[in-house]
Design a protein around this ligand. Structure first.
Ligand code: PLP
Ligand code: SF4
Length: 395
């Protein structure tokens, strides 16, 4: 073993022990001065969590020791993507480590206000492919419904930052705003799959979610219904029995949950995922590749393996879209390809998601990954396996 490799291995060991050990992921909220007197019933109440989100520099300074970079970031975030951190998410933050993956996803830094040449406001051109308000129709048989602009926590790397946040002009809270979108789905028999996303649809009240889900379920050609959410990770208290019982009525419903780092899989999150799985909702994950946060193969491997432990099937790893102000999060594409290389064959196939780049300008998700076909000629494929050994397959 080379010296460099030995040092690297040692570092990996250290990281796995210190950063990633499940028992160390979450602090008891009573340990945080700000929350020490909170009633446990309030803590478990998702409305309480939402109402008490951290929105200002002053509040944040009571949880973590802000760096000058972060202070600048917070000042500059005004009028851009809102800051909102649930008290629950705050218990996952390492107050002493500015590189804490939980912290970096929630606390803006100064580089967020820098705009790089390739960056766009709407990199996936969703607004262009929108046949009705709140609807994106890009692929032949499925549509994306943007049900709300709000989320429990605002991720600093958000692709839809043009839409999401706490705006002064809130949506009129009436479900009639989806009338045109529902009519469009009704009149397009090719649409057999509806993805309800946002923002985070699970931030809406049960009744409003039910009204949308039931209207879509009533359309006979819609076979597949799924919800994209981050709530089990950022606000697991939201997953209540009342919610899961309601969703059960519209089964089958699938769910894609946004997970970026093993530290997010804390005890409370597992409970939320268990409740969803137990009520018959198959769970998948979506992960954004983020520089310095989950761009090392062993961290991704740990994340994917732990997702399987909580019955979440890894679905996609996204290259971080060229959205304005996310340069500091973006890695070279080779980093993502190398991660897949280190997963495929080296661990359970179920733990290997598809790495995709959303084609800028509206190309949709394009899979990219290691190449296993070395050459192909008349009836003969020369292949390599995950160890680099070469095999010939004759047709
Ligand atoms: C991601 C996405 C979908 C769903 O794509 P799948 O690959 O089926 O998960 C549908 N519509 C839009 C616009 C999307 O971005
Ligand atoms: S939960 Fe999703 S939509 Fe909301 S801020 Fe995070 S990435 Fe954006």
């Amino acid at each position: 073993m080379s010296n460099i490799q030995a040092v690297e291995n040692q570092k990996i060991q250290q990281d796995l022990l210190n950063v990633i050990r499940p028992s160390r992921r979450q602090r008891d909220y009573q340990q945080l001065a700000l929350y020490k007197d909170v009633n446990p019933l309030d803590w478990e109440d998702w409305h309480w969590q939402l109402k008490h989100r951290i929105r200002t520099k002053e509040e944040l300074a009571q949880i973590i020791k802000l760096t000058p970079e972060e202070e600048k970031g917070i000042d500059k975030a005004k009028g851009r993507l809102s800051i909102a951190i649930t008290p629950y998410w705050a218990t996952l933050i390492d107050p002493d480590d500015p590189n804490c993956p939980i912290r970096r996803q929630a606390v803006p830094v100064a580089s967020e206000s820098a705009v790089s040449p390739h960056e766009m406001t709407d990199p996936c051109a969703e607004d262009r492919d929108s046949p009705a308000p709140h609807l994106v129709h890009r692929y032949p048989d499925r549509v994306l419904l943007l049900a709300t602009e709000h989320c429990a926590m605002y991720c600093r790397h958000c692709t839809r930052r043009r839409l999401v946040g706490e705006h002064e002009h809130q949506d009129a809270d009436s479900v009639s705003r989806f009338d045109a979108a529902i009519e469009y789905i009704k009149s397009n028999r090719k649409v057999r799959d509806v993805l309800i996303s946002g923002g985070d649809p699970l931030i809406m009240e049960d009744e409003e979610i039910e009204s949308i889900v039931s209207r879509i379920r009533a359309i006979s050609h819609v076979e597949f219904l799924r919800i994209g959410t981050r709530v089990p990770v950022t606000l697991p208290q939201r997953i209540t029995e009342k919610l899961t019982n309601m969703l059960k009525k519209y089964s089958p419903i699938w769910m894609s949950i946004h997970f970026n780092h093993p530290k997010e899989i804390a005890k409370r999150c597992k409970i939320a995922c268990d409740m969803l799985s137990d009520s018959g909702i198959p769970l998948g994950s979506q992960t954004v590749l983020l520089k310095g946060l989950n761009d090392r193969p062993y961290i991704m491997k740990k994340l994917m393996q732990e997702l399987l432990q909580i019955r979440v099937r890894p679905y996609y790893i996204y290259q971080c879209d060229p959205v304005r102000g996310t340069q500091h999060f973006r890695t070279p594409v080779a980093v993502g390809i190398n991660i897949v290389e280190k997963l495929r064959g080296h661990t359970s196939g179920y733990a290997v998601p598809t790495y995709v780049i959303d084609g800028p300008g509206g190309g949709g998700k394009i899979p990219v990954g290691p190449n296993y076909i070395l050459s192909q000629a008349k009836g003969k494929y020369v292949l390599r396996n995950y160890k680099g050994k070469i095999y010939t397959y004759l047709e």
